[in-house]
Design a protein. Structure first.
Lengths: 234, 234
DNA sequence: TAAATTTGATGTGTCGACAATTTGTTTTAA
DNA sequence: TTAAAACAAATTGTCGACACATCAAATTTA
């Protein structure tokens, strides 16, 4: 599963391309979360100079996929439960506000397009019920469109340019394939309705609940996993 | 006026130091907002190689003080009214949530310290009424403490590591020296109270209103400036 | 033996030079 | 005269080499 980020400018320079490759590798877990990143090693692997690689690393740091310490080096961020919850709390704040702004700033055409998209998703969902794969893609599409609809560069950059890389990483690595597809779909529908009514306050509230529900869902799932592990040990 | 960012790690490498110098220069307006940044020129000025300068530029980009385009170069972000309003809307979302989390996660000691700080500020304010200088510093102190009190790394990094550089830049360049000192002080007091009561919902609401009021205050001031300019022309 | 120091290997930070791209100017052609 | 093409200057992207800091193993010392 890999979905392009609609706000990410297409790669022109080699540093850009290598950045995208490493980004992909980290998100998908091919480069283990928490592992150290060796500059000479990676430079050799991608057949580029260290300068170019460092440029790529800088971009990875910008979207919070790696962390650097002076004179020591870079590490891939490690996926922890605390980190995941912190991420979702931040999403709740930012996407909630983005949704409010979208209700105020989206053009009528944008709203029509979103409704059409959601309708299309609803139909494929009926066909492929239970198969969360496409729904997953649809979910991200939905969120991206609302964020872009806020017409707020600051919000767009923070959420799409930074948070969502991490969101995708956690989704991949914790194997969260949207176990609540139909409920999420209904929530999406309500949100669109609020935006369509230009009700910013309600739109923000619904989006916050939507993300909070997702967070609680994860918390439960993890608690369940721990329980299973505990039982397996016995 | 320049205030250290408590979350910014102290500079160890030369790239770090140059970063801080340029950051300072941009925030204070010594390097004009919107102007192009020439790598050879700056490298020569600071007597460092272009590689080192580029490392510094990368950090400036991370805190949204410059923008880079491939094969073209870097520009200092330009301070526009729209940008300022977008920034404050983002602040409202993030700091509101940070304040809610602070109410949940701050230790009792942290709360006691904050109350003491606010009390001290109140006393200096009585002495130096009208002199917004210290109050300004106190305002940032207050906000930083709450953000850190959220104990949420994601929020802390986004707000302190990125947004606040821009906030300070706008404050310097638009000359916004807290014209509503005493009102802000009272609002701060209410917020602390809500945190002290562990009332996350109220804390978030008050912080959001506090920032929204600040935003509206700016909008008014700018509208007033425009009016003055208009009258001067006649 | 244990603690402290030295030393060596590895990795990061910085440098100067070359290659590739953009931009503004000049030249050419319609 | 205007528009397109070719050229020249300057700037950014990339490279390989060297300087310096860090960490671990080996040596010294108490």
């Amino acid at each position: 599963m890999y979905l392009a980020n609609p706000t990410q400018p297409k790669a022109v320079t080699t540093a850009d391309k290598v950045f995208e490759q490493i980004q992909h590798a980290i998100v998908e877990g091919d480069i283990a979360s928490g592992s150290k990143v060796s500059e000479p090693e990676l430079a050799k692997y991608y057949q580029i100079s260290r300068s170019t690689l460092r440029e790529a690393l800088n971009r990875l740091e910008k979207c919070h996929l790696i962390e650097r310490k002076a004179n020591v080096g870079s590490r891939v961020v490690d996926c922890t439960i605390e980190g995941l919850l912190e991420l979702y709390i931040t999403r709740e704040a930012l996407e909630g506000m983005a949704c409010r702004q979208a209700a105020l700033n989206m053009s009528d055409k944008e709203i029509v397009d979103m409704k059409a998209m959601l309708k299309a998703h609803g139909q494929t969902q009926e066909l492929k019920d239970g198969v969360a794969y496409y729904q997953e893609e649809g979910d991200l599409d939905f969120h991206y469109k609302i964020i872009l609809g806020s017409h707020n560069k600051q919000l767009i950059d923070l959420i799409c340019g930074q948070l969502y890389h991490l969101v995708r990483m956690y989704r991949c690595q914790f194997g969260m394939n949207s176990p609540r597809a139909s409920r999420a779909f209904n929530e999406h529908f309500q949100i669109i309705q609020a935006i369509s009514d230009r009700d910013g306050e309600l739109a923000e509230m619904l989006m916050r609940r939507h993300i909070a529900a997702s967070r609680k869902n994860i918390e439960n799932k993890i608690a369940q996993q721990k329980l299973t592990e505990f039982n397996d040990k016995k």
